[in-house]
Write a protein that binds this ligand. Structure first.
Ligand code: C2E
Ligand code: MG
Ligand code: MG
Length: 738
């Protein structure tokens, strides 16, 4: 073996060349101070790492020369002597997020400094160091100061910080992103829970954003989102945190607001502000916005539950015609099911012959003679009864069958009108989605030709939302439609975004003044009458007719007539009636309508018919709510309640209203609320405040969001209190007029 080994060894060194002598090894021994200092010096000057030291008072006593140069000190100035806490400043961005103890505390506690990012004081531009150090102690265990190292990480720090920001902030708008909002909401809710504080959450979604994106291009869409973010920031200010969750979805977290009056006002202002026109690269864009509002702990305890509640409220706000806010309430879940059913069934509605056109007269202001009938779609669902177009038209637009519905409606109306006298036209509503489809003019032409109707007897009602996006196309379409011989009307004027200059150039024959201006136009607390007068004089100048929509009572009639509207429409004259009824009337030669209806407008008074709770002396009665206004209600079901009796009405979902009996007659009482109700955003009323789940928790129940029987949960312990009044069953009197 030895032979083989020596042979191998030999052959390995075989080449005949000179083997160089290895340089003698000169290790730096611990005692060779001179060479150790040289080593450290070269390390310092190469910028690979620097050293620093402080004394027991935390003042700098040494800093590598190369590092000192980084400080950008003035001539004659020295870093030596500076307190560490003034030299090394905390990274504020990181401090807010991390659980690390700030340097100040570490120094005070004389703990080791594990690698930590600090900003250097007094430097030009931002200089970032990573420092680490160990505390030093003398033989008596007395602290003598720190010895530490440092290195410059400015270059990597900036990019890391940008990346971190990106993961928390939306790069387009600079608002918080979904990740950060969720974290923020979760931590706020957790922190607030023990202090029994509330948090409101707004979910926002832009209406018609897709239309802007599609017609004006994605860069325009991006610009629009930025402007939306800026408007939100201006309005919300430091009241809350705003985020963009993605797409056109925004969220606002508002700590310590649970007054639904305040939230509703804020919601309304946000929606109004976002609905003002935007200018994007010289083009105009108009969008709307819908909002859902949920409040912790009432509508949800944890982030997940609260977000779901706000989402549901948003969904319902969108379903109800958009441009609205909506508070969450537990019965919205029913609404979702309802909408899904509508979506499914609507596809078959035409085939199943469930759609009909009804007609509502538009009469002259002078003699109330009918000149036009507005065709309004009705859907009679086999087992749900009549479904209102306000409920199904937006769904049809969303699921994309509005074009089919519209095409069907046009032909149906054209065929009807052929049977009418020449003096009466029919007006057909056109959805903006329908108007945007490429074949719209062709569809109209087709219906006119197929039916053979006189085009002058057909009017198209178009809403202001067509003035969005490609205006050249809009005006071209107007011209083509006019060439077909039909008339054009601008529907719901004043609710949207008409610029007066568009109105001047568009060939409308008629402007329909939206019912919101007619409603209550005789009351003193609004300037509706003045607005109507202004629209009328504008229309006259442009040689257009005006229709006041939604005239319900004689008060309003007198006012719109006085303000000069040339035509009138509303249930004061007639509701929309089936086609056959129209024909019968025309055959009788009855072209004039008589105004039939109430004299006066009753602000906010709604007819109701639902069961609610009434609490008196700790006993809870069931009564029937017959009408409701912001300030009071009419109830039925208790016999002979004395005037002045204090009661609490329980509207469900923790909504309690303290009220006093002001009128009492047999089983019917009129009560007045101590605090007025507010709008719930969905055409209904609600209480400002609700029973708080924290109150329910305080009587020994678990903390949960409010159910419908929140009061029962609160008052579980007063069951069996004595009854002061006799209850009468009036459920059989549903047909009696209130
Ligand atoms: P619109 O075009 O503004 O129609 C007027 C609405 O006001 C109708 O509601 C009508 O019944 C209602 N109305 C009339 N007089 C009064 C009144 O005195 N008081 C009150 N409170 N309301 C009154 P309707 O029939 O529920 O239709 C709602 C909306 O649905 C229409 O608003 C229209 O935008 C849309 N729509 C209806 N039919 C069609 C259709 O065939 N195609 C399209 N695309 N949309 C339709
Ligand atoms: Mg209309
Ligand atoms: Mg209208």
């Amino acid at each position: 073996m030895a032979g083989l080994f020596s042979k191998l060894t030999k052959s390995a060194v075989e080449p005949e060349q000179e083997v160089p002598e290895p340089a003698p090894l000169k290790p730096i021994s611990a005692s060779d101070l001179q060479r150790r200092v040289e080593l450290l010096d070269s390390l310092e000057s190469a910028g690979l790492g620097w050293f620093w030291a402080s004394d027991s008072k935390g003042r700098l006593i040494y800093l590598s020369e190369a590092a000192t140069q980084k400080l950008g000190l003035e001539e004659g100035q020295s870093a030596v002597g500076m307190p560490l806490s003034e030299l090394f400043l905390p990274d504020n961005d990181q401090a807010a997020e991390s659980s690390e103890r700030p340097l100040k505390f570490v120094l005070a506690a004389r703990n080791s400094i594990t690698p930590m990012t600090v900003r250097l004081a007094g430097t030009q531009g931002e200089v970032w160091w990573e420092i680490a150090a160990k505390p030093q102690f003398d033989e008596n265990d007395h602290f003598t100061g720190y010895r530490g190292s440092a290195k410059d990480i400015s270059a990597t720090h900036e990019s890391r910080r940008d990346a971190e920001k990106l993961s928390k902030f939306d790069s387009l708008t600079g608002l918080s992103n979904r990740y950060r909002m969720t974290k923020q909401l979760t931590s706020t809710l957790t922190a607030f829970r023990s202090a029994k504080r509330s948090v409101a959450l707004m979910m926002l979604d832009l209406d018609r954003f897709k239309q802007v994106n599609d017609t004006m291009g994605h860069p325009a869409g991006d610009e629009l989102l930025k402007q939306v973010a800026a408007r939100l920031k201006r309005l919300i200010g430091d009241r809350g945190e705003i985020g963009r969750l993605g797409g056109d979805e925004f969220q606002v977290i508002l700590p310590d607001i649970d007054d639904r009056g305040v939230l509703g006002d804020l919601g309304q202002r946000v929606i109004q502000m976002l609905s003002q026109p935007y200018s994007i690269n010289g083009m105009r864009a108009v969008i709307g916005s819908s909002m859902g509002i949920a409040i912790a702990p009432y509508d949800g305890i944890d982030a997940d539950e609260l977000v779901k509640a706000a989402d549901l409220a948003l969904y319902s706000a969108k379903g109800e015609g958009r441009g609205q806010y909506r508070f969450y309430s537990s019965d919205l879940k029913e609404g979702v099911k309802h909408r899904h059913r509508i979506e499914e069934d609507l596809r078959d509605a035409i085939a199943k012959n469930e759609l009909q056109m009804h007609y509502q007269p538009i009469v002259t202001a002078e003699k109330h003679t009918v000149e036009c009938m507005e065709a309004l779609m009705r859907w009679e669902h086999s087992d749900r009864g009549m479904i209102s177009p306000g409920d199904f038209i937006p769904v049809a637009e969303d699921v994309g069958i509005i074009r089919e519905l519209g095409e069907w409606a046009l032909l149906e109306v054209c065929n009807q009108v052929k049977l009418w006298p020449k003096s009466v036209r029919a007006a057909v509503n056109v959805s903006a989605v329908q108007f945007a489809s490429d074949d719209f003019v062709k569809v109209v032409r087709g219906a006119l030709q197929t039916s053979g109707v006189n085009p002058a007897q057909i009017e198209l009602e178009i809403t202001e939302s067509v003035f969005v996006g490609d205006l050249d196309r809009t005006f071209r379409l107007f011209r083509e439609l006019k060439e077909l011989g039909v008339k054009l009307a601008l529907d719901d004027f004043g609710t949207g975004y008409s610029s007066l200059s568009y109105l001047r150039d568009a060939p409308f024959d008629k402007i329909k003044i939206d019912q919101s201006f007619v409603r209550g136009c005789s009351a003193d607390d609004n300037n509706n009458a003045a607005i109507i007068a202004a629209i009328v004089s504008l229309a006259e100048a442009l040689d257009m007719e005006t229709v006041a929509e939604g005239v319900e009572n004689k008060d309003e009639l007198a006012m719109v007539q006085k303000r000069g509207a040339s035509h009138l429409q509303g249930i004061l004259f007639s509701r929309a009636v089936p086609a056959q009824e129209v024909l019968d009337r025309f055959e009788r030669g009855a072209f004039e309508y008589e105004p039939l209806g109430p004299e006066k407008y009753r602000p906010d008074r709604r007819t109701e018919f639902r069961r609610i709770g009434l609490i008196h002396d700790d006993h809870r009665y069931k009564v029937m709510l017959r009408n409701l206004s912001k300030t009071g209600a009419k109830i039925e079901g208790l016999l002979d309640v004395p005037l002045g009796t204090q009661v609490v009405l329980d509207f469900g979902g923790g909504q309690l209203a303290v009220a006093t009996v002001k009128r009492s007659e047999g089983f019917s009482q009129g009560v007045e609320f101590e605090t007025p109700l507010i709008n719930d955003g969905a055409d209904g009323l609600c209480t400002r405040h609700r029973v708080s789940p924290y109150q329910i928790e305080a009587v020994g129940r678990p903390l949960t969001s409010l159910g419908n029987d929140a009061y029962a949960a609160l008052a579980g312990n007063v069951k069996g209190a004595s009854k002061a009044f006799i209850e009468v069953d009036i459920s059989g009197t549903a047909g009696v007029a209130a």
